[in-house]
Ligand binder design. Sequence first.
Ligand code: NAD
Ligand code: GLY
Length: 364
Amino acid sequence: MSRTVDVALADRSYPIHIGPGMLARAGELLKPLARGALPVVTDAHVAEIHLAALLDSLGKAGLDAHPIVLAAGEGTKSFAGLEQISRELLRSGVDRSGLIVALGGGVIGDLTGFAAGIMKRGISFAQIPTTLLAQVDSSVGGKTAINTPEGKNLVGLFHQPRIVIADTDVLSTLPKRELLAGYAEVAKYGALGDANFFNWLEANGAKAIDGDSEARVYAVAHSCRMKADIVARDERETGDRALLNLGHTFGHALEAATGFSDRLLHGEGVAIGMVMAFRLSVQLGLCDGQDAERFARHLQACGLPSSIGDIPGVRPSADELVGHMAHDKKVKDGKLTFILLRGIGQAFVTNDVPLDAVKAVLSA
Ligand code: NAD
Ligand code: GLY
């Protein structure tokens, strides 16, 4: 039942192996890429649940694994976390021709990829994503970064992994809220470029969320295929790759206004942000209101938040949110970049959006 999706980037192309039971196959898949000491970076939660299975597979393949366990949570994606991982990688004895493995969600993947990219001027790395968000988004495409007090993901580099191994079985230990936050990114692919996939999600998304293995593999593989196609066309985000930011200008502002706290997970912000992007598109006469409402209904049916009112606590004002948007990486020449929609599956990039229309959506 497993599938392989290729990310076509000439001599830096790599496979994404997706399916149940993949952790047990990791040793065999990593063996051709590993040389000498093999650091395996993970976080404390994931270490407790899944590290032993991975080490067992690596051991059976005769690989010399060195676990590095970091604290779980976004705080680890910091200069302090980078210093810790860099020094532990140096002490692990990994060679410039070696491989570094990231086992975890987007935090571990982003941090490890960044550290691998700067360690000894660049060491190869492998992604073994363990959250749905990481399997369908952050482990693919080579964006790596840490956060600073000035903002999220502002310090980093492009460093493509050599291989991605997504074991859909590990998603069964993910808290439901984290799973749903990752599902928002799955729904994003339907909204941004594939109405048929969105139809499939309306019919089968609940099955994938509830743990149906075939539905999960299909949802992850299709999402990865869509991301791989976009990354192959526009690795450095000079054009189409920005489509992957659907909902993110709104979502990041909501995350900032809620202090990047437990009040709103990244994927939840993206869910609300995508609905806002649809509503902004309707307001500008670009999109049929029925598509916007259909998309919002699907997120609601899955149990995701779809409006500002769904965020617990004090509602952030439109002015505050616009202020946060002005600090976003997606500001170019003083203009905000938005991904808008002409309908489900028809997203496009624009920086020609009147601020009043944005404020109206944020106040609704
Ligand atoms: P995360 O890595 O913090 O994981 C969420 C929580 O789930 C953590 O507590 C983790 O320990 C736990 N966890 C992970 N796998 C588990 C499992 N199988 N079972 C039980 N618990 C598990 O968060 P995330 O949502 O995976 O990633 C968010 C990060 O990804 C953010 O920093 C964001 O900026 C980044 N991101 C990067 C890209 C990219 O292209 N590089 C894209 C999207 C998001
Ligand atoms: N997550 C957006 C990107 O990879 O470009």
